[in-house]
Design a protein around this ligand. Structure first.
Ligand SMILES: Cc1cc2nc3c(=O)[nH]c(=O)nc-3n(C[C@H](O)[C@H](O)[C@H](O)COP(=O)(O)OP(=O)(O)OC[C@H]3O[C@@H](n4cnc5c(N)ncnc54)[C@H](O)[C@@H]3O)c2cc1C
Length: 423
């Protein structure tokens, strides 16, 4: 057992929320200690070496949009923005596998959604009035399932709203939350092309979001402990007084604070009475070791296929299926064949199935329904020196790395204020 001197912020969990909190607090003059249960940082946003394909792969392709200002500030601070790449503009090429029709949504570079008024930038066979559901969704009143507010069929839904909401909310859109859909539309589509440019981690998530953050934190004297699982929080006088880890304990002084940046199902075990989302949705990713054809766009939306998005990276083609739990019982080799058929069809690649890997993340995000959204807690807790962070806290956004980073920043600011107040 050892005791800290006071003025230390202990951050539990080194996912994007925990790393963002640590980055925000580092250099503030306070001691910062990060404790991560596993051997690796990144949480649900991580890269690792896969022996089957012999490649570095991501647990799942992560798409950012240029309007994700908190994540972009994070990568600017840690110096890894150059690792993000994407099309030059806000362009979303699509293919319909039912008839091989191809089109590209082009949002232009404006700060307003002028793209709506350009016939060649809209979804084929749609007029401006067809986009009125977007306006209704952008400004929801009470939180309801999306199907209660807009028609979940027709060209706009099938070719724009459906794929976008499925990817961003990770849930079948009809049951998704209008509040979360509204936040997404207000922060991206309604801001015009300057907020909608897709950005991907070219050489993997680790090289953009994780390793540079670790290097940044180490340089600033932040202590980082791996294989350091928190198993209990002990409290007295309305504050956390001791952290019990699997292998040691830390007594907290009056000036110490704790940011709990773990998944909700861990947080509810550690904090008595905490209410948090308890239903989840999965995501399925596949990675194929092959050079994509030069003409292949960095990302391609697929309608009427098993793949939903196909991504071209140097030496690798990856695919994503959101809310993909329905496919988790399909034998992996069969799944790989099915997905490869889609990839081969749209890319023109032929030949045998290349080396592949399938990654199934069962609890990829909390289920973005109105009921689960209402269960998200604020960062402040009933214990004065304990703050919550994570994509599942009440950020107002779907479970995304933008939400995770914003939650980390907010918890860091609150912990910093608390330390100033007791100093
Ligand atoms: C397959 C997949 C695809 C995704 N695609 C996208 C996308 O395209 N765009 C997007 O914006 N978002 C995407 N997301 C969501 C994004 O990954 C998450 O929103 C984000 O990573 C959550 O970060 P977090 O820090 O809140 O939580 P987590 O990443 O879950 O971090 C929590 C950390 O706490 C640690 N921990 C747990 N228990 C303890 C304990 N007792 N003691 C110490 N440490 C503990 C965990 O090991 C973990 O490192 C995707 C997620 C998945 C899984």
């Amino acid at each position: 057992m050892h005791s800290s001197d006071g003025g230390t912020v202990h951050i539990i969990g080194a996912g994007l929320a925990g790393l963002a909190a640590a980055v925000r607090l580092s250099g503030s003059g306070r001691a910062v200690a990060v404790h991560e249960a596993t051997a690796q940082a990144g949480g649900r946003c991580r890269s690792y070496h896969d022996q089957t394909t012999g490649m570095m792969i991501d647990n799942g392709v992560h798409l950012l949009l240029s309007g994700n200002h908190a994540v972009l500030s994070f990568v600017d601070i840690i110096g890894s923005r150059s690792g993000l790449y994407g099309p030059d503009g806000a362009e979303f090429p699509f293919v319909d596998l039912a008839n091989d029709e191809r089109w590209t949504l082009r949002f232009g570079d404006g700060r307003l959604p002028w793209w709506l008024f350009h016939k060649d930038r809209r979804v084929p066979q749609t007029g401006v009035v067809d986009y009125l559901p977007l306006v209704r969704l952008a400004f929801p009143t009470a939180d309801k399932p999306i199907a209660q507010v807009t028609n979940c069929s027709g060209p706009i839904y099938d070719r724009l709203l459906g794929p976008l909401l499925l990817a961003a909310l990770n849930i079948a859109p009809p049951e998704g939350s209008t509040q979360l859909a509204g936040a997404l539309i207000r922060e991206t589509l309604a801001q015009g092309g300057q907020a909608c440019r897709p950005l991907l981690a070219r050489d993997g998530l680790g090289s953009v979001f994780v390793e540079p953050a670790i290097a940044y934190l180490r340089k600033r004297g932040v202590s980082l402990a791996f294989d350091d699982e928190l198993v209990a929080l002990h409290s007295s006088d309305g504050r956390v007084s001791q952290l019990e880890f699997a292998k040691h304990r830390v007594d907290l002084g009056k000036g110490d604070a704790v940011i709990l940046a773990v998944p909700p199902y861990v947080a509810t075990n550690l904090v008595p009475g905490l209410r948090a989302p308890d239903a989840f949705r999965g995501i399925l990713n596949a990675h194929f070791r092959i050079d994509p054809p030069a003409a292949m766009p960095p990302m391609l939306g697929v309608i009427n296929g098993t793949c939903e998005w196909i991504f071209a990276f140097p030496g690798r083609i990856s695919i994503t299926i959101s809310d993909g739990s329905r496919l988790f019982d399909v034998p992996r080799a069969e799944m790989a064949q099915t997905l490869w058929r889609d990839v081969a069809k749209v890319s023109g690649l032929s030949g045998d199935l290349p080396p592949w890997q399938i990654v199934r993340e069962r609890r990829a995000t909390f289920a973005a329904t109105p009921e689960q959204n209402a269960m998200r807690p604020a960062a402040e807790t009933s214990w004065g020196n304990l703050f919550l962070a994570g994509d599942w806290t009440a950020t107002g956004l779907p479970a995304t790395i933008e939400g995770a980073v914003r939650s980390g920043y907010r918890a860091a600011d609150l912990a910093g204020l608390r330390l100033r107040a007791v100093a």
